[in-house]
Design a protein around this ligand. Structure first.
Ligand code: DP6
Length: 418
């Protein structure tokens, strides 16, 4: 393949909100009813990779493949809007410099893949749309003239939470006031390097039945939940300020307290929806009880919180904790939830930790370093596989340009197909 083809390949990370986005005031432009804030996770572990190519020979039709399957780009759909907005930015650049190839007039072929299976139960729309926007921005050579916040405004129109995956570290989505959506975009609260010790443990909880998709669920909440109105007006504005301060100070106690309270408030709004929406299940709730007991006991020892939980539109728990606490937390989770598929591939714990228990059927013993008054009977040891899989990761950076031109990273072949 020639490197003179007009192509770029980028990767983008997953983000998990600590102040949740739930509700739109404009469903087409995707304007949220409240601000939200998230932590970007390390894309060495979880990521979407996208190749975008523009070619005069592609004819008039843009095409897109997702994990090998071609998707229809619906007129008026989210993909269409994102691609059109990116072409407009390219056109503006071309109109200022007539020497530039007219990429904005050519069709694009886009191929996107996630490195995590959908079966992992993780939402991929955020990293997927962020990678789409990042790869088109690289293809069209838009940066640095166009900022990441401006790109986030376009990613937002693909999937709301995607706008936050345009940055690494700690990221706020400012909902904005304007009906045009011009001021609804993501900003960096703090870079990854400001607080790199924060780690995440994703507990993938078995769930046979599919839940209510977030896009539909949140609008039902907007239409029927009085509690959501209180959340929008009173709860979130105050928490946005306080959690941003906690991040600036690397104050894990406050960060954890607000994160858990906001997850609970969001799920309370789901319960307040008519008919009610249930995302958490018995295993999710057992993890809440365990985390609350760990924190209570540690605070009784005169120390702060050990760990925080948060839940999105599904039963999986995401646990946030400082690096030093994670080995204890991981072993505790593996004690109560035996036989979860876990491989410390990334070796965040250091060589050999728990290695002898990899794939072990029997429950691991509790770690010795738990707080003195910890009540080991707070929840029972669950049946093997109640937590299916554990993914251990950490705060990470924003989208990466993996390659300009068509080389070894390309997801498209010579003909511009997967
Ligand atoms: C619970 O971003 O998936 O994860 O904008 O309709 O695509 P759309 O919704 P989406 O909703 C995410 C909801 C959430 C909370 C969050 O990520 O803030």
């Amino acid at each position: 393949m020639s490197s003179s083809v007009h192509q770029a390949t980028c990767s983008a990370p997953v983000n998990i909100a600590v102040i949740k986005y739930w509700g739109k005031k404009d469903t087409t432009l995707i304007l949220p009813t409240n601000d939200s804030l998230s932590v970007t996770l390390d894309q060495d572990h979880l990521r979407s990779v996208t190749t975008a190519r523009a070619d005069a020979s592609f004819g008039s039709q843009d095409r897109l493949w997702l994990n090998g399957e071609e998707e229809t780009i619906k007129a008026d759909g989210r993909l269409r809007r994102c691609i059109d907005e990116m072409k407009k930015l390219r056109q503006a650049k071309e109109s200022k410099d007539s020497n530039l190839p007219k990429l904005s007039e050519w069709a694009v072929h886009v191929c996107s893949e996630n490195n995590f299976p959908t079966a992992a139960g993780l939402a991929s729309s955020a990293s997927g749309f962020a990678a789409l926007i990042a790869s088109l921005a690289a293809l069209y050579e838009l940066q640095p003239e166009v900022s990441s916040s401006e790109l986030s405004r376009i990613a937002r129109q693909g999937s709301g939470s995607a706008c936050r995956s345009l940055f690494g570290g700690y990221v706020a989505w400012q909902g904005g006031e304007q009906s045009s959506g011009q001021d609804s975009l993501a900003v960096e609260v703090a870079p990854q390097s400001h607080w790199p010790e924060l780690q995440a443990l994703i507990c993938v909880v078995s769930d046979a039945k599919k839940g209510t998709p977030s896009t539909a669920g949140m609008q039902r909440t907007v239409q029927t939940s009085p509690l959501l109105q209180h959340r929008i007006k009173e709860v979130v504005p105050d928490r946005m300020v306080k959690i941003s301060e906690a991040i600036q100070k690397r104050d894990f106690d406050t960060f954890a307290e607000i994160t858990m309270a906001d997850s609970n408030n969001f799920h309370a709004c789901c319960l307040d929806t008519a008919p009610p929406i249930f995302y958490m299940n018995d295993v999710s709730r057992a993890i809440v009880q365990l985390v609350e007991e760990l924190n209570r006991a540690n605070e009784a020892d005169g120390k702060g919180k050990l760990v925080a939980y948060t839940y999105d539109a599904g039963p999986n728990a995401v646990l946030y904790a400082p690096k030093d606490n994670m080995p204890r937390i991981l072993q505790t989770i593996r004690h109560y939830f035996p036989n979860a598929d876990f491989d410390d591939t990334f070796d965040l714990l250091g060589k050999g930790v728990n290695a002898s228990h990899r794939g072990a059927q029997e429950a691991l013993s509790l770690p010795e370093s738990l707080p003195s008054s910890f009540n080991a009977n707070v929840i029972p040891v669950h049946e093997a596989g109640a937590v299916r899989r554990l993914i251990h990761t950490q705060v990470g950076d924003g989208p990466r340009v993996l390659e300009r031109g068509a080389g070894k990273e390309s997801l498209l072949n010579e003909n511009g197909e997967p």
